[in-house]
Design a protein around this ligand. Structure first.
Ligand code: HEC
Ligand code: HEC
Length: 149
């Protein structure tokens, strides 16, 4: 089910970037974008953030800090860089883009930023920290067998 959601999100994301339709004017102004284009549409921003959320199996608040003036109920300050997870996510965005551009540009595209072969979900599979230990018992015995040769 989760997998299907991620796929749908990404297919929608790719088809949006492929069409040249003029998006509706933005309701929001984004003030702290260091990786994404500053003139990104609300629609694309929403889809990318939903994809992050689904890929890591977290809520928006995993990366975004609660606003200082949360008197009217808890709300998030999306522009704030207070949470370390947001900064890690930026590094991960750079890494993912670099993997796609350097290792999956088989057609020598002049727009390698449109390649989404590797995505957050490829590694994360719905977990904030990809489960490195799941295969360890098996890997361990392979390594040990290898040492004997
Ligand atoms: C895995 C971490 C992560 C999750 C989960 C996440 N975000 Fe983000 N978000 C980021 C990062 C990183 C940026 C900054 C991107 C950049 O610098 O270009 C960002 C930027 C934003 C911004 C732009 C803020 C500004 O003014 O600069 C908004 C709005 C936003 N996120 C909303 C959301 C919403 C809504 C959700 C939940 C559906 C969400 N995010 C989930 C990492 C995350
Ligand atoms: C090539 C594999 C790979 C890809 C692709 C990838 N990640 Fe990660 N990411 C990891 C690994 C491995 C860790 C865990 C490191 C550890 O165990 O401390 C991690 C950790 C993180 C963390 C910190 C989690 C925590 O609990 O501290 C965030 C946030 C994150 N990734 C966001 C993203 C986002 C957003 C994307 C897509 C733009 C992405 N990652 C793509 C491998 C990947």
């Amino acid at each position: 089910m989760k997998k299907l959601l991620v796929l749908t999100v990404f297919i929608a994301f790719i088809s949006i970037s492929a069409t040249n339709s003029v998006p509706p004017p933005n309701k929001h102004e984004y003030t702290n974008l260091k990786i994404l284009p500053k003139d990104i549409s609300d629609e694309r921003m929403g889809m990318i953030m939903d994809a992050f959320k689904a890929s890591l199996g977290v809520k928006c608040s995993f990366c975004h800090a609660v606003a200082a003036d949360s008197s009217q109920g808890r709300h998030l300050d999306f522009a704030s860089d207070a949470k370390e997870e947001k900064q890690i996510a930026r590094e991960m965005m750079k890494m993912t883009a670099s993997i796609n551009a350097n290792f999956f540009n088989f057609d020598h595209s002049t727009q390698p930023d449109t390649i989404h072969e590797v995505m957050c979900y490829t590694c994360h599979r719905g977990m904030a920290k990809p489960d490195k230990e799941a295969l360890f018992p098996q890997l361990d015995s392979i390594m040990k067998a290898n040492e004997r040769h």
